[in-house]
Design a binder for this molecule. Sequence first.
Ligand code: URA
Length: 410
Amino acid sequence: MHIPSLIESKREGGELSREQISGLITAFTRGDMPDYQMSALAMAIFFKGMTGAETTALTEAMLHSGSVLQWPADAPMRVDKHSTGGIGDKTSLVLAPLLACDGVWVPMISGRGLGITGGTLDKLDSIPGFRTQFSESEIYKTLPITGCLMVGQTANICPADKKLYALRDVTGTVQSIPLITASILCKKLAEGLNRLILDVKYGSGAFMKTEAQAHELAQSMVTVGRSLGVRSSVRLSRMDEATGESAGNALEVIECVRCLQGQGPPDLEAIVLDLACAVSISPRAELARMLRDGRAWAKFQHMVEVQGGQVDSLERLHLIHRAPVIHEMKAPASGRLAKLDAGTLGRAVLELGAGRAKASDPVDPAVGVDQMRKVGQEIRAGEVLLRIHARSQAAAEAAEKAILAGLVVE
Ligand code: URA
């Protein structure tokens, strides 16, 4: 295999074979293909794209660059969801225990926050004692006990993706549909899944800004997922408004606890049920019952306990992570709330300290917004529109000013 010729072929818009792609990924994982060659190849893919067959081959090669979880033939069906990320997108924390109540297994491997969107692992870190770094043998031991697990990527899962993602991040090659498809799917398929639901969002609070881009990504992921033997489906939705009533790490866990206790909010509950229906055994009405009668809440508490978290902290998170300043942002006028822009809100929450500017930054579990009113509601001037949890009054005021820029009351 002559690597420069393969890079040139892709640069000219040629199609690489499954064997060539597998050879490239194997060489890169072993360290036989230097970063500069892989960066050049990523840029050629960025400009020339990949066919469905190439994207499938790339996903497969990245999947097999490390271990793939293997489950016994008589094990329950394994299901999961992947979200392309959004503001206040906290559905995983409710969905995983809900699905486990349905008798399927959910070996959920999640990530940290990226850009203005939050990450499941960062949210879970606000539960005292909760461990997300599990070895593969711990995963095998624990999943049969709880039916659901929420952990980070292990060292052996998709090492090619770890290396390639780090390169893409610094070479302007993140926003490529085939590269995103392979990166997301290889990690999900490494869980040994039977069914996958892809929650693809577009709009101001999502990575994909237009419906056309989101549709293209969704199509690519479903095609590759299905060709690799996983029943995959998509929920395509707008993200112009944050999900639920809060954004920020501990604040979102608090909201999920409420949802698991059957107390909404309605939009979060509806999204969770939509996603659950796509991969579950039971119909929607039965899933809604599991959410409202305490079964999903009991399952979540069991998972927290098994992952080392303090179960009795779950209803005290608002005290454990109480920000020094809780500032009420009041509605500037009366009328219908026409817009509370998710992108603007996400950037304000990031500035408060809930997200990162670089990978090594810590996140602040306490900061963010909650008690957010929803678009379409009637509000009166002076009513609380949302609460800002901040480290200082100045930070809260800066967030209020930023959020105001994305607010429309008609
Ligand atoms: N998330 C991933 O894991 N990979 C991408 O390429 C983009 C988002």
